[in-house]
Write a protein of this length. Structure first.
Length: 94
């Protein structure tokens, strides 16, 4: 008998996706905030209030990515659980 994963726990997978995408959301937050700072310094010679708002991307982007990852994780787990019931009887290795 082969070990076959038949279902995924929806909430557990959604939490995993939220953490994973939340951590990945730090990268665009850094790029956006520091890129905005460099752009402001190059064009105006100083930083302004918009630069301060750009640094909020360090906090906001990981939160947006985590929320999106949670929703995406729920959808992925539901789709996987629906299709795996139909495909579990098919043996791809024979």
């Amino acid at each position: 008998m082969k070990n076959v994963m038949k279902t995924i726990k929806i909430f557990s997978f959604a939490k995993f996706q939220a953490v994973l995408l939340g951590c990945l959301g730090i990268i665009p937050g850094i790029l956006y905030s520091f890129g905005g700072t460099i752009y402001d310094i190059m064009t105006t010679g100083s930083v302004n209030f918009g630069t301060l708002l750009a640094y909020l991307a360090l906090i906001v982007m990981p939160i947006y990515f985590a929320v999106f990852g949670f929703i995406l994780g729920i959808l992925q787990a539901i789709i996987y659980n629906l299709f795996v019931r139909k495909l579990i009887d098919i043996d791809f290795y024979e």
